[in-house]
Design a protein around this ligand. Structure first.
Ligand code: FAD
Ligand code: NAI
Length: 460
């Protein structure tokens, strides 16, 4: 009844939900393993390396804490094996989940033969399946700079940056977004000299500006070098190194000679191979599949979700859409609340955000209040010597309803869930302030930030 093309977070979640709702479902995936970008070359391997590199970094400082463990040495190939083990067990887990939920899994490249026929090419064999409805979940892929060919040896995308065989002496990262900052953290902790080139005057575009300006200072202290307002002029692959020519906004040239360069300037929707032209599915000017609020394309019974459509390219957004579209297809009223999609950067400390930024509220001419609390005044953070960062809560000045929460904190990725839930329930900052939070925890900083909205913090 329904064919899902793509087995990433959008596709496999959608297929499971469709099957739970009693629809006969097929899932087509060309990669050879399920889980998409996220499990194979994205969220999971990057979080594994972020964790392992942080452990290494911390272990080197153990003696300062009174723990003598002798010389700490890096075994990169073992680290990579551990990362691969995490990927392998999770991708196999998804295959098990499809089986358990009676989804038919087709290995191979899916494309439209007609509106109701999907052709699946696997090695030399082509299978055609009949389908009433199809959900396009083909995700996204990295983009490069004009004229620069990614070879995944010296000129890397995130995929190559997750598998560098030996620690590069020097690494240049183009783009200070999610991937740039996470990968820079990994390789800098493992010993690389890292330089990030960003053409804007700030890092993490789209994040609250106060967060991004505080965060760059923290990363700078960790030894990551930033070159803002700087444009790449050319990248040349020489025998032993890569030459990156850049120019800043004042016209000053800066040349880097580096072992590797990571291009992390964004991703684009992946729609090649689908034969969309044949059936007339419309694509927008950014190359994304155009859909209405029910995820329907302009062609009846063909839907699209995840990275391949508009919105943040995040795994949890893709999963929410997977559930919503399955429920809509089954005649229920699935929906996604785009006002409450958290975003997390898994550096150390982490950055997490949900809802509107202060800049967005200003642009919308919203009347708002601000509450802030620094981790320097949080007892748990002080006790374990992790006092960096702060929590910022923005609430409506008339109703006090929480409109946005932004934080830099250790465990921020977990802490933000409380505020996402609060926002889903339409909580006010007073609701948060009157909720008892366990002591001593990082989450008390959230309560204090909520108290600060009303200028009544206790601990600062
Ligand atoms: P994808 O995961 O890209 O899956 C699409 C699948 O479709 C792919 O497996 C592809 O092989 C398959 N496919 C494509 N065309 C065809 C075809 N014609 N036939 C059959 N199969 C096809 N997001 C987070 O929320 N948190 C993170 O920590 C995070 N970290 C990331 C780190 C990195 C390095 C990267 C690159 C991304 C990260 N993301 C993260 C983003 C996240 O991976 C994506 O938002 C998410 O994977 C999108 O899910 P999707 O199902 O839409 O697409
Ligand atoms: P991004 O959109 O997050 O950041 C790209 C950065 O590159 C921006 O700061 C942009 O200003 C800069 N840039 C663009 N062109 C440039 C140029 N020519 N020279 C210098 N700088 C330039 O894209 P990124 O980091 O590639 O990640 C893609 C997506 O993957 C993210 O937007 C996010 O949705 C997802 N992702 C999510 C993660 C998470 O949730 N923790 C982790 C990694 C990726």
């Amino acid at each position: 009844q329904v064919t899902v093309i793509g087995g990433g977070p959008a596709g496999y979640v959608c297929a499971i939900r469709l099957s739970q709702l009693g629809l006969k479902t097929a899932c087509v995936e060309s990669r050879g393993t399920l889980g998409g970008t996220c499990l194979n070359i994205g969220c999971i391997p990057s979080k594994s390396l972020l964790n392992l590199s942080e452990q290494f970094y911390k272990a080197k400082k153990f003696s300062q804490l009174g723990i003598d463990i002798g010389e700490v040495k890096l075994n990169l190939s073992m680290m990579m094996k551990n990362k691969d083990k995490a990927v392998d067990s999770l991708t196999k887990g998804v295959e098990f989940l499809l089986k358990k939920n009676k989804v038919s899994y087709f290995k191979g490249l899916g494309s439209f033969k007609s509106q109701n026929q999907i052709s699946i090419k696997y090695k030399d064999k082509i299978t055609v399946i009949e389908t009433e409805k199809t959900v396009i979940c083909t995700g996204s892929e990295p983009i490069s700079l004009k004229g620069v060919k990614i070879d995944e040896k010296k000129i890397l995308s995130s995929t190559g940056a997750l598998s560098i065989p030996s620690v590069p002496k020097k690494m240049v990262v183009i783009g200070a977004g999610y991937i740039g900052l996470e990968m820079a953290s990994v390789w800098s902790r493992l010993g690389s000299e890292v330089h990030i080139v960003e053409f804007l005057d700030h890092i993490l575009p789209g994040m609250d500006k106060e967060i991004s300006s505080e965060f760059i200072k923290i990363l700078n202290k960790q030894g990551i070098n930033f070159h803002l307002k700087t444009k790449v002029e050319s990248i040349t692959n020489s025998n032993s190194s890569v030459i990156i020519d850049t120019k800043n906004d004042k016209g000053k040239s800066l040349k880097f000679e580096s072992d590797v360069v990571l291009i992390s300037v964004g991703r684009k929707a992946h729609t090649e191979n689908l034969n969309l032209k044949l059936i007339g599915v419309e694509i927008d000017k950014n190359g994304k599949v155009k859909v209405n609020k029910n995820f329907e394309t302009n062609i009846k019974n063909i839907y699209a979700i995840g990275d391949v459509i508009n919105g943040p390219m995040l795994a949890h957004k893709a999963e929410e859409e997977g559930i919503a579209v399955a429920e809509l297809i089954a005649g229920q009223s699935g929906h996604v609340n785009y006002d409450v999609i958290p975003g997390v950067i898994y550096t150390s400390p982490e950055v997490a955000s949900v809802g509107k930024t202060e800049e967005e509220l200003k642009e919308l001419k919203y009347s708002y209040k601000v509450g802030k609390f620094p981790f320097l005044a949080n007892s748990r953070a002080k006790a374990i010597d992790l006092p960096e960062g702060f929590v910022k809560i923005l609430s409506d000045s008339k109703t006090d309803r929480v409109l946005g929460v932004h934080m830099i904190a250790h465990h921020a990725g977990e802490l933000i869930a409380e505020m996402s839930l609060a926002m889903e329930f339409g909580a006010s900052s007073e609701d948060i302030a009157r909720t008892c939070h366990a002591h001593p925890t990082f989450s008390e900083a959230i309560k204090e930030a909520a108290l600060s909205v009303d200028k009544r913090t206790i601990h600062s």
